[in-house]
Design a protein around this ligand. Structure first.
Ligand code: KIV
Ligand code: ZN
Length: 401
């Protein structure tokens, strides 16, 4: 980690409803967006980016409804650096108690040449004019140089300085295509902090995509280098491979306080409910082994791990499930499980077999686990019943009932 930043508070800018929603399989209707925005307020994110009003009437309506109805976070809307976009975003946002206009313009050589057909001088001029136009409408303006991580660092610094000079209170550095690596991104943030003369007048934000699986690592590296806002999404949804996952960034900062000495305002107990609600609204499932919110995140099957967790959960758990809103850890009984976990689960189900019976019970359990993979409470009850009364319900078939 490099230099010491101004404050240890990291702002969480949630873009689930904008960058997240614009990815395949994640679109949401007005009602869904409102429900999710209210949940994000319960989660206590600092900023909710509600949409991109110029792209569709539906987005415009959703941003307007969220701006009017959702209390707590700042509400942001996205606009390209063109007057029509800025007007549309402001029109949708204007009723929010604390609106933020987020304007963006690509700055990398590739985007300048092939997408925008604009020279560097024109990019600088457009940045200045657009930020100034947004500032006429509201005090809280954020500027993003799209594809910032692939922009020549000195030109990026010039654009960032221009945006701050024109009134941007937040400068957001996107890794738009998920290309950068943590050490490189950290160095880029360090370069901006050293070379942009007015950098202390703005919050440095980062916005990382996950194309190489680095979005969270890059966001954390940037925090280490002094960034104080992270743009992220619940469950990491977003364009292509997604955005930095909110729950992973937040729980990394919390779990590794010793390393980052930075805090967020997130109520972490609302993380799991937020993840579930998003799955319900979009129909997009979370992979079973997803960090923090996946079904396996607090599940243990291996015998050695189960034994450790039964003695002291910290042996194999670095976060408490309750802290992220998951009711408790789960000891999954399967072929890798050991006697300690089996005995503990039998105890919870009201069975207290004598030690002399355990060898046989354990052997039957392993045979069953080999056959059906996960042994649930009904299977165990059936297995014990069979032993006591000669086999009323063949284990493994209890699930069918
Ligand atoms: O990925 C990106 O560059 C963006 C910007 C609009 C911030 O989403
Ligand atoms: Zn993005």
């Amino acid at each position: 980690m490099t230099s010491t930043p101004q404050s240890d508070r990291v702002l969480i800018f949630d873009t689930t409803l904008r960058d997240g929603e614009q990815s395949p399989g994640c679109s949401m209707g007005l009602e869904g967006k409102l429900r999710m925005a209210r949940q994000l307020a319960r989660l206590r994110v600092d900023i909710v980016e509600a949409g991109f009003p110029a792209v569709s009437e539906g987005d415009h309506e959703a941003v307007r409804a969220i701006a009017r109805e959702v209390e707590g976070p700042r509400i942001a809307a996205l606009a390209r650096c063109v007057p029509g976009d800025i007007e549309a975003a402001w029109d949708a946002l204007r009723d929010a108690p604390r609106p933020r206009l987020h304007v963006f313009l690509a700055t990398s050589a590739l985007h300048r040449e092939f997408k925008l057909r604009m020279a560097k001088r024109e990019i600088v001029r457009r940045t200045s004019e657009s930020v100034a136009a947004a500032r006429e409408l509201t005090e809280d303006v954020e500027f993003s140089p799209e594809d910032g991580s692939r922009t020549e660092p000195d030109f990026l610094a010039e654009v960032v300085e221009t945006a701050i000079e024109a009134g941007a209170a937040t400068v957001n550095i996107p890794d738009t295509v998920g290309y950068t690596m943590p050490a490189e991104f950290s160095a880029l943030i360090g370069h901006l902090r050293r070379t942009v003369p007015n950098i202390d007048r703005a919050v440095i934000s980062v916005h990382c995509h996950n194309d190489l699986g680095m979005a969270v690592a890059n966001s954390l590296a940037a925090i280490g280098a002094g960034a104080r806002q992270v743009e992220c999404t619940v469950n990491g949804i977003g364009e292509r491979a997604g955005n930095a996952s909110l729950e992973e960034v937040v729980m990394s900062l919390r779990t590794r306080q010793d390393l980052y000495a930075a805090t967020t305002g997130i109520d972490t107990r609302e993380i799991y409910p937020s993840s579930r609600l998003l799955c319900e609204i979009t129909g997009m499932v979370v992979q079973r082994n997803k960090a923090v919110v996946g079904q396996n995140a607090f599940a243990h099957e291996a015998g050695i791990h189960q034994h450790g967790v039964l003695r002291n959960r910290a042996t194999y758990e670095i976060m408490r499930p309750q802290d992220v809103g998951v009711p408790g850890n789960v000891l999954v009984l399967g072929k890798h499980s050991g006697r300690h976990a089996l005995r503990a689960r039998l105890g919870e189900l009201g069975f207290a077999p004598a030690e002399s019976e355990m060898d046989a019970i354990f052997r039957d359990f392993k045979r069953l686990a080999d056959r059906i993979r996960e042994v649930d409470d009904a299977d165990l009850t059936a297995l014990m019943g069979q032993r006591e009364v000669g086999g009323p319900a063949p284990p493994g078939e209890a699930r069918a009932t």
